[in-house]
Design a protein around this ligand. Structure first.
Ligand code: GTP
Ligand code: SPV
Ligand code: MN
Length: 612
């Protein structure tokens, strides 16, 4: 690799061959293989991964064409502290990102990657994010020494000949280099999950490049996902007038047949996949899945905000996913699935906490060790809390027939949310776009196992659920949201905030969640149509008494009141925390956000008022 300053010129075709050769010269793989995305190729790579023990075939009568992978114990989630934004100056990354000086970082990476693919094959994986050739779609090429990564990218993105043809035709593309950082010496036996204790996930936003070293897991390694579709794409969106967000995408249809398109941002492992596949408990309502993790959104010529899901498959959280909580996810898992870090039962089935009510009497846990329910009771779960399934979108029973329409869907509402045991009501509508952006900017959420080293349960600020995923200064991100809203004007979607996770004094969830969340979506739809009332509170416009349909719902006395209650004193305290957080931004903090904070303080000082 040459150590040069990043350039703003995107590579095109002619550069692809040269770049592949350049990376191969640096990493010294045994062979270079160009992937075409074919079924024959899938079978070849699967055979390789089975031979090295990376993948274990599951009983085909239970799980057609499916495999189990067990990662090494130190490679189980995204490594946020080793994920860098290498903009020319620290200001480019902003106070919420880990910045690395690009020239020094390139030099360090050159050291790591030198010879890092020895004894392995380097796969060249051309891929599209979004339908190949679509107006909102973008292209990339990932070079990787991991067959597991190729097989996963084959599910979560569109790989192979189509994207390669477009690149050959001169379309711009993103460069993504990945190595597990475990060269194989002559005659050395490979391990099932090669990785390196040294890990770097380095993004160069200016040259639209990512270099990932040392990890084979999830967002660290499937570079189309968080690295490209969020960190680099957020920068591309800022520069080109669109948005790349950590959002699910659904179509909600009312009993009367009215259709609403909604995008919702929740932090990692906070319910996007669940809401994206929800089976509404309310009769006559339906939810169709368009996306479960990422949405790209662009103002259309009609003045509305159009959204696509740039992915082609899911990398979904396994624990907590079962027939009772997410039957559509379970339905998707009939075959062609890669399970990572789940448990294996003695009869060749997979298992994880929450898959069924009753754990198996005995299983092999995610580490490959004997497991019984007694281990579970002792705090050793059978599946890793961040265990995942990788499955094609078209297998999701609730997938919309047009889920991969290149044009996308026009959004009616944007929802933000987090995991909050207290303070934040079940649902609130923003008074206007700027208030909605403020709701997004002030999302805080209890941490989950999706990031390595997370203090699970501890509250942290996670604006727009993008804390680990925004490729530039978060203050600028809010300014960009404000600018997009301004351009959209009356065509802009409405903004809402939700919280499924409020708890009572005994620590139990107040809201049943899952399919019952349809009641909240029905209220959102009714608000869009101006059909139901709301009460103006410091949190925003919350359902007026009786406005939320709770027919047939068996809530304990006082639960609904508590779910919808907004304590001004608690919001005054939130305002203090927000002020502290905002102060870390300096000049990039939009004046509109300071104004919203001042407004919150005023509202938190007074009683609730009726609103339209
Ligand atoms: P990433 O893929 O990490 O971005 O996460 P995600 O937001 O798609 O997470 P997912 O939908 O898989 O949520 C994972 C966890 O949230 C599981 O433990 C679920 O059981 C839990 N969950 C989802 N929806 C609800 C809900 O409505 N109520 C409650 N109490 N828990 C929920
Ligand atoms: C997340 O952590 O938000 C995920 C999983 O969706 S990963 O792809 O590993 O980032
Ligand atoms: Mn995610």
């Amino acid at each position: 690799m040459t150590v040069t300053d990043p350039t703003t010129t995107l590579p095109t075709t002619t550069d692809l061959q040269a770049w592949v050769e350049q990376v191969a010269a640096l990493t010294e793989p045994e062979a270079v293989v160009w992937c075409d995305g074919s079924e024959a190729e899938r079978q070849r790579l699967t055979a390789v991964a089975v031979r090295t023990g990376t993948l274990t075939p599951l009983d085909p009568s239970l799980h057609y064409g499916s495999h189990l992978a067990r990662s090494s114990e130190d490679d189980v989630a995204r490594v946020e502290d080793r994920t860098y934004i290498c903009s020319p100056t620290p200001a480019g990354a902003g106070p919420t990102n880990h910045w690395r000086e690009p020239v020094a970082m390139r030099a360090e990476l050159a050291g790591c990657f030198a010879g890092s693919m020895r004894g392995r094959v380097m796969y060249v994986v051309p891929f599209a994010m979004g339908p190949v050739g679509g107006p909102l779609s973008r292209l990339g090429v990932e070079l990787t020494d991991s067959p597991y990564v190729v097989l996963s990218m084959r599910i979560t993105t569109r790989i192979g000949a189509g994207p390669e043809l477009l690149i050959a035709g001169g379309a711009p593309w993103v460069r993504a280099v990945h190595s597990v950082g475990a060269p194989l010496l002559e005659g050395e036996q490979d391990v099932p999950w090669p990785s390196n204790p040294v890990k770097h996930i380095a993004h160069f936003p200016d040259s639209r490049e990512v270099w990932s070293y040392g990890s084979g897991y999830g967002g660290n390694a499937l570079l189309g996902k968080k690295a490209f579709a969020l960190r680099l794409a957020s920068v591309m969106g800022r520069d080109e007038g669109w948005l790349a967000e950590h959002m699910l995408l659904i179509r909600l249809t009312s009993p009367a047949g009215r259709r609403y398109h909604l995008a919702a941002a929740f932090p990692s492992a906070c319910g996007k996949t669940n809401l994206a596949m929800m089976r509404p408990s309310l009769p006559g309502w339906s939810v169709e899945t368009l996306g479960d993790d990422i949405a790209w959104m662009r103002p259309g010529p009609d003045g509305r905000l159009w959204a696509i899901n740039p992915e082609a498959g899911l990398f979904g959280v396994a624990p907590g996913t079962g027939e009772a909580t997410n039957p559509n996810a379970m339905g998707a898992l009939w075959g062609n699935t890669i399970y990572t870090n789940v448990a294996l039962t003695d009869d060749g089935d997979v298992w994880w906490e929450g898959r069924t009510g009753r754990p198996p009497e005995h299983a092999t846990d995610w580490r490959g060790q004997d497991w019984t329910p007694a281990d579970g009771a002792a705090g050793r779960p059978a599946a890793h809390p961040n265990a995942r399934f990788t499955v094609p979108m078209h297998q999701v029973p609730s997938a919309a027939a047009d889920w991969d329409d290149p044009a996308g869907v026009p959004l009616d509402a944007i929802i933000v949310g987090g995991r909050r045991a207290g303070v934040v009501p079940l649902v609130a509508q923003a008074r206007d776009w700027a208030h909605g952006v403020f709701m997004g900017a002030t999302v805080a959420s209890e941490q989950t196992a999706a990031a390595e080293g997370a203090e699970v349960g501890r509250l942290r600020r996670d604006p727009f659920a993008m804390l680990p995923f925004c490729g530039y200064d978060m203050g600028e991100h809010w300014a960009h949201w404000l600018a997009v809203g301004e351009a959209l004007g009356d065509g802009a979607p409405a903004f809402f905030a939700v919280n499924w996770f409020r708890k009572d004094d005994g620590g139990d969830y107040l809201w049943p969640g899952f399919g019952e969340n349809a009641r909240v979506l029905a209220w959102v739809a009714a608000r869009l149509d101006g059909l139901v009332g709301a009460v103006d509170t410091p949190a925003g416009l919350v359902p007026a008494p009786g406005a939320l349909d709770t027919t047939g719902l068996d809530l304990p006395d006082g639960a609904l009141e508590q779910l919808l209650s907004v304590d001004p004193a608690a919001y005054a305290a939130e305002a203090d925390l927000t002020e502290e957080f905002f102060a870390t931004f300096g000049p990039t903090l939009p004046a509109a956000m300071t104004q919203q904070l001042a407004e919150l303080r005023t509202r938190a000082g007074g009683p609730p008022r009726p609103a339209s």
